[in-house]
Design a protein around this ligand. Structure first.
Ligand SMILES: CCCCCCCCCCCCC[C@@H](O)CC(=O)SCCNC(=O)CCNC(=O)[C@H](O)C(C)(C)COP(=O)(O)OP(=O)(O)OC[C@H]1O[C@@H](n2cnc3c(N)ncnc32)[C@H](O)[C@@H]1OP(=O)(O)O
Length: 347
């Protein structure tokens, strides 16, 4: 309409690396906007004191246009424009205004914040890697222990045949004691959320095995030479030589598909077989506990007798099959979760 463009009010502030300009225009559209003199075309030009980079970022709000420019060289400018006299449309932006020392303080604060955050992340990372490292060592020790048990039993079976079934306890029990005491760590891992698993299934597994190992086998000498010891130990170690290396790889976020498949599949026949072997051991030990009165609970003298530990064993037999049911369901869930996520990842 032939009208001359008007000059908007511009306020400015600086930091060591940036220049901020705030143009007082409401509802600005490119160069058009509603300024102090209403809807018009506005323009302004400034000759900066020192060079700035060509990339400019701007953001329009309902009341202003905010422009940010990057100084070519980091530093503090004594004024914005080349000419000493300040243009009339230019004023300091008091909302953002800082003098040089305040700006330096701001930088220092920002850096301190950044460093704090960095060291926090570092500490967290350090903690995670320490936990992973400890888990890895734990799994490695268990893997070595159970591999030794499995290989030793297999070699002895080949060399001595059926005879090897009768002295399993004497040759293997010490390493088995060590591995199974150490397995209590798994309950702690589950309880403190170190690994993604439930406490109950882990507790059932660890308490169940240690009951057989220390009470049924360990405390009854007559059980030491029973072939059932061979079957129980063989079944326990057969799963662990796959489970622990699977966890070891997991500590490095890697996997070997065959190993994953074995870890989540061979428990299907081994778990019920293991529970059956353990049940056989419990049943075999019942007459021995009755005879020796070991762990029997004494009753008051007036009643005269004592309650045989075999009653506890009868209850335990029921608990075993309850435990089998809970853990079978848990392992089935873990298997489905593992293979479902993998399939989804592959898609
Ligand atoms: C309350 C007390 C009551 C007592 C009652 C007694 C009842 C007695 C019942 C006794 C039955 C026991 C019979 C048993 O002794 C017989 C046998 O063992 S026979 C041999 C076959 N056995 C098996 O196959 C079982 C082996 N054991 C297990 O699988 C575990 O112990 C079990 C707790 C059962 C299941 O393991 P979990 O829940 O941990 O499943 P996942 O392997 O899928 O792991 C889940 C995620 O956690 C990560 N994880 C777990 N452990 C570790 C580790 N040590 N290091 C690193 N990472 C670990 C794993 O990678 C999974 O993570 P993600 O999902 O991210 O991959």
């Amino acid at each position: 309409d032939g009208r001359m463009p008007l000059t908007p009010l511009v306020s400015w502030a600086q930091r060591h690396e940036e220049i901020y300009l705030r143009v007082e225009l409401t509802d600005a559209q490119v160069t058009q906007g509603h300024g102090a003199k209403g809807q018009n075309e506005y323009e302004f030009s400034l000759e900066f004191l020192l060079p700035v980079k060509s990339e400019v970022s701007h953001r329009s709000t309902q009341r202003h246009v905010n422009i940010t420019l990057q100084k070519e060289q980091r530093g503090w400018w004594e004024r914005l424009t080349r000419q000493e006299r300040k243009p009339v449309f230019l004023a300091p932006d008091f909302d953002r205004w800082l003098d040089e020392s305040d700006a330096e303080m701001e930088i220092r604060e920002k850096e301190e914040k950044k460093n704090k955050l960095k060291s926090q992340r570092h500490e967290e990372k350090g903690f995670v890697s320490l936990t992973t490292g400890m888990l890895f060592v734990y799994n490695l020790v268990q893997f070595l222990g159970f591999s030794w048990i499995f290989v030793n039993m297999t070699v002895r079976l080949f060399i001595f045949g059926r005879d090897s079934l009768y002295d399993t306890f004497h040759t293997i029990s010490e390493v088995m004691f060590f591995c199974q005491i150490l397995a209590a760590v798994e309950v702690l891992n589950a309880a403190f959320g170190v690994v993604r698993t439930g406490v109950i299934p882990t507790l059932i597994q660890v308490v169940g095995r240690n009951f057989i190992l220390f009470i049924i086998f360990g405390s009854v000498e007559e059980m030491h030479n029973q072939p059932v010891v061979f079957f129980v130990f063989y079944l326990w170690s057969a799963i662990e030589i796959f489970r622990y290396p699977f966890y070891m790889l997991g500590c490095f976020n890697t996997e070997w598909k065959t190993l994953t498949w074995l870890r989540y599949t061979i428990w299907i026949p081994l778990y019920p077989l293991g529970v059956v072997a353990e049940a056989v051991a419990v049943i075999q030990s019942i007459p021995i506990f009755d005879e020796t009165k070991l762990f029997s609970i004494p009753l008051p003298k007036a009643v005269g007798a004592s309650i045989s530990f075999s009653y506890v064993l009868h209850v335990y037999l029921v608990l075993m099959f309850l435990g089998l049911f809970i853990n079978f369901r848990h392992l089935h869930k873990q298997r489905k979760r593992r293979f479902r996520t993998k399939k989804r990842k592959a898609n």
